[in-house]
Design a protein around this ligand. Sequence first.
Ligand SMILES: C[S@@+](CC[C@H](N)C(=O)[O-])C[C@H]1O[C@@H](n2cnc3c(N)ncnc32)[C@H](O)[C@@H]1O
Length: 282
Amino acid sequence: MTQDYIVSETTRVREDWSRRGKHWDQQAQAVAETAARFNQPLIDAAGIEPGHCVLDLATGAGEPGLTVAELVGETGRVAATDLVPEMMAGAKRRAQERGIANMEFRQADMCALPDDDATFDRATCRFGLMFVPEPERAAREVHRVLKPGGRAAFMVWGPRADTTMFTVFAEAVEQLWGADDPLIDFNTMSCLGDTGRLEEVLSAGGFANIEEKELRFSPKIPTDLEPWHAQIDMSLGPKLETVHPSERTRLEQAIKDGFSRYIVDGAYHMTAHVRIGVGEKA
Ligand SMILES: C[S@@+](CC[C@H](N)C(=O)[O-])C[C@H]1O[C@@H](n2cnc3c(N)ncnc32)[C@H](O)[C@@H]1O
């Protein structure tokens, strides 16, 4: 992988997430309950305790950083870090609203962190590592800033076919707008989802005692709740800004039709597959 490719891909990712910032902020409350389910397994895997100094990477709209800041308490702290300030704008506001004073927000690429060696007790990253062109480089950098004995936990999506929301969305957008639209990307989020891939990345980063965990969820959502609305804005908000408003109605119908395959006894029987890679600094 050339340096030129890494620079241009990082620029593309930064621009993409800058466009998404306001949509993620607007939907943060709507997805809070679902998103909270992912926090505890990640926090448990990282072994976070009160008093820890924690690096949260790709903090985006705020999680798990906000939850971790409350957990580590006033003797601990959280350094929330994201490539894109627009993604963290809502997280900063929510921290203020919740009276969280032990959290700082920094704009940084997780491959080039502004921290000294051996600064943090723990590092978390929820659904961020997939967007880094060379994740091994991020793993090396996180390893550098952890204290000896420190632990990092990275959460990623499993293969796309295992998560109903993404399967249906990818089919719907392909049907409407084709597969090659630069404002649509349902491939990147599962690029680290195959068994063993996170292990490889952590190993290349220099981590020891590596473990890869698989989490599967099977939520049953009553059909009248139509669980896709917030995800439409978060995944496709920038695309919808470029098309006629009637396209949103067509998209919603295509997604509703896609979800109809999963109805059993008045509820959508959905699945989601998430993986966590954990490693320690010897
Ligand atoms: C799917 S969002 C995840 C946000 C949050 N952690 C969550 O789970 O809701 C992905 C985030 O990764 C950030 N990101 C992408 N590449 C990054 C990089 N190289 N360094 C730091 N953050 C990055 C994006 O800006 C975006 O905020």
